[in-house]
Design a binder for this molecule. Structure first.
Ligand SMILES: Nc1nc2c(c(=O)[nH]1)N[C@H]1C(S)=C(S)[C@@H](COP(=O)(O)O)O[C@H]1N2
Ligand SMILES: [Mo]
Length: 526
């Protein structure tokens, strides 16, 4: 007897594969291309170290088991990196296609997948040891752009057409156009990013090729006693790669030194102009100078010490002949940043220079290549113009440097300060004898003493390393002999050569530099 109901319900007419799979997958692919392209372009411009593909690659290298690494190297030899990048891109495209299909059926799971991939890229970018906050931008751009594009495209997937209509309907054509445009933007951005990255590499290669002339005036050898033998103390000279970087330049200016010119203008008897070759032919002088940022909070690390090679600014100014009444040099960077420096600080005999070299190499691109200013004793924002192209003699009552109308003082002498580097804040140290050490600076005056306070105890004199000059920081150390188990607070305080004791009164970094004493807490284990 026939069953009154069919044993199986007739299968619903299935939508064609194109509609269920290929178009949503294409939407996902286009969205991923758009996001990736914009991210790579952003990375090339503002965060060269944070290309999502490369940082994810580095992350993969870090977490993949050694056996797999050896297998890949064994199979592909020196092409291993390319294989890695191709694999990452393929996996990304596969996941992107999946995200498209997911989003078309179960929104917002496709977008969630995109966010997950973006989060991995973000983690990869920020987990590098040299990561800065800017490095987060490309991954966030990728995530945002891809999620938006995915939503946009999947909500425009063509609706089913009546079977009779054979020709592509308006929906389908529109979807194809949008998908093509999204993918096209991505490919163009990718190409732009590659071009920009190649230009940076070319500028850096040109920089690496040129050799600095020897110094005509070498500075006296740095005394051996200027560096204390304490594990973990800040090195006396900051390696270029570790030197803090602060500027308003989203994208590092790439200046061709053969076209670089410096103009000296304004209140001068004769305006002069000098090109790079002329500058290098002048007798260059070597000087070690500490550079500090006004935004460095007490105990912070926006400070570094380098041996610079350059030409004294006072000699160039003398050639131009400032007219009476001029009291400021407004220096301008190729990218428009300006700093207002008192003429006094440039002509009083200190090592205020137009620097071309930093620790034995041409200035790194991000530190001002080919030429920057370095003025001992003044915060960078009023003196250390990178990529400098013009010095205009003027008056403080007529012009302002970049930061002055933005809430920072027109004058910015570096304040007396000191910092504890070891032990590190919040760490645990064994009881007994604990070495406390760090750096102190009072630029252009010199540090004469450093003292350390443990909890509420008396101030005890630290040992000072030899000074390089009054214009550099000075290392100090104190041996805490009877460190007892428990939590302790350590404080440091410097005194300058003029007898000024570093104040414990705290001041914010704005408008002209932080004050207060650096204090850390450590726990001593018994
Ligand atoms: N062109 C340019 N130069 C600049 C700046 C800038 O924003 N643009 N910032 C200044 C500031 S605030 C500081 S602290 C120093 C930092 O120099 P560094 O990045 O080489 O450490 O550069 C100075 N020179
Ligand atoms: Mo700064």
């Amino acid at each position: 007897m026939a069953s009154p109901v069919p044993l199986s319900t007739p299968t619903r007419q299935r939508a064609p594969v194109a509609r269920r799979v290929w178009r949503p997958a294409a939407a996902g692919l286009a969205a991923a291309l758009g996001g990736l392209g914009l991210a790579e372009l952003t990375a090339a411009w503002i965060a060269p170290g944070a290309s999502p593909v490369l940082t994810v690659g580095a992350l993969v290298i870090d977490i993949v088991p050694a056996a797999v690494k050896e297998l890949v190297i064994g199979l592909f030899g020196t092409a291993d990196k390319i294989v890695l990048i191709v694999t990452i891109v393929l996996v990304l495209l596969l996941l992107a296609a999946l995200a498209g299909i997911l989003e078309s059926r179960r929104p917002p799971f496709g977008r969630l997948l995109v966010v997950l991939i973006g989060a991995i890229a973000l983690f990869a970018a920020l987990s590098r040891s040299s990561a800065s906050t800017l490095d987060a931008v490309p991954a966030v751009v990728a995530m945002g752009a891809a999620a938006i594009a995915l939503t946009f495209l999947t909500t425009r997937l063509p609706r089913p057409q009546p079977p009779a209509e054979a020709a592509p309907g308006p929906d389908r054509r529109r979807f194809l156009v949008y998908t093509g445009i999204t993918a096209g933007i991505g490919l163009l951005a990718l190409a732009g990013g590659q071009l920009s990255a190649a230009a940076t590499r070319a500028a850096d290669a040109a920089r690496a090729l040129f050799t600095l002339p020897a110094a005509s005036v070498r500075q006296a050898a740095i005394p051996a006693g200027a560096s204390l033998d304490v594990a973990g103390i800040t090195p006396l000279i900051t390696p270029n790669a570790d030197f803090y970087r602060i500027d308003t330049a989203l994208s590092v200016p790439r200046i061709d030194p053969t076209t670089w010119r410096l103009k000296i203008t304004g209140m001068v008897e004769n305006e002069i102009e000098i090109d790079f070759a002329e500058l290098l032919a002048l007798p260059l002088e070597e000087s070690t100078t500490t550079l500090a940022c006004v935004s460095n909070y007490v105990g912070g690390d926006l400070i570094g010490n380098a041996t610079w090679l350059g030409y004294p600014i006072r000699k160039l100014l003398a050639r131009a002949g400032p007219t009476s009444g001029a009291d400021m040099v407004l220096s301008t960077s190729q990218d428009g940043f300006t700093a207002g420096t008192p003429i006094e600080a440039l002509t009083d005999g200190r090592n205020a220079i137009l620097a071309v070299g930093m620790n034995g190499e041409p200035l790194p691109l991000e530190h001002g290549y080919p030429v920057r200013m370095v003025v001992p004793g003044l915060y960078g924002y009023v003196s250390a113009t990178k990529w400098v192209v013009e010095l205009k003699l003027t008056r403080f009552d007529q012009e302002q440097g970049y930061w002055t109308p933005r809430g920072w003082s027109e004058l910015g002498p570096v304040k007396l300060s000191s910092r504890i580097d070891v032990p590190r804040q919040g760490t645990s140290v064994p009881a007994g004898s604990v070495v406390i050490a760090g750096v102190a600076w009072s630029q252009h005056v010199g540090v004469s003493a450093v003292a350390v306070q443990i909890d509420d105890g008396p101030w005890r004199d630290a040992t000072l390393a030899d000074a390089i000059s009054v214009d550099t920081w000075r290392q100090w150390a104190y041996t805490w002999n009877d460190a007892s188990a428990g939590d302790h607070r350590l404080k440091v305080r410097a005194t300058d050569a003029a007898g000024l004791v570093q104040t414990s009164a705290t001041a914010d970094v704005a408008p002209n530099g932080a004050t207060g004493l650096h204090e850390i807490s450590v726990s001593v284990s018994g």
